[in-house]
Design a protein around this ligand. Structure first.
Ligand code: SF4
Ligand code: ZN
Length: 150
């Protein structure tokens, strides 16, 4: 959840939002996103407690009154969501650090696969590296632990 964005927004690639409202009826704009915050680190991902470096109106924003169900999240909801994302990023970084020492650079002669100890939950982290492009994928066996694809 983000400031300036309706809590029911699911992404304009979907037909209906979480409240069951048809996005297409608003075309060519949407009332769902009013503005975007930008981080001093670049991008729109803000960490918990981080203040935005910049706030820009969302291109194509219609007045929020156009939808009677528009609902902004509270600051508590936004911060809780960010804290959850921060924790997830931190876990993924820890696992990718392990993967970076396991990785053959620039790429192995044959596809590689190995299971190592997950640095986050101590469970089984499955790593694989492609001989084609050297990319490493990782997935922990523990539900809701880490998983990424390069
Ligand atoms: S503003 Fe309306 S259409 Fe957009 S996500 Fe919210 S409830 Fe759905
Ligand atoms: Zn794990």
């Amino acid at each position: 959840m983000k400031h300036g964005q309706c809590i029911h927004f699911t992404g304009a690639q979907h037909r209906l939002c979480g409240r069951g409202v048809l996005y297409a009826q608003f075309a060519p704009g949407l009332p769902c996103i009013q503005f975007m915050h930008k981080s001093a680190r670049g991008g729109t991902y803000l960490k918990a407690g981080e203040l935005p470096a910049e706030t820009k109106p969302w291109p194509g924003a219609l007045p929020k009154e156009r939808c009677p169900f528009y609902a902004e999240p509270t600051d508590e909801q936004v911060q809780a969501d960010r804290a959850e994302m921060d924790a997830h990023v931190e876990k993924t970084m820890a696992a990718m650090k392990v993967a970076s020492t396991w990785r053959v650079k620039p790429k192995p002669a044959q596809d590689r696969r190995e299971t190592v100890e997950c640095p986050v939950c101590k469970g089984s982290l499955h790593l694989s590296q492609s001989a084609y492009n050297g990319h490493v994928h990782g997935k922990c066996e523990t539900a809701d632990c880490v998983a990424w694809m390069e």
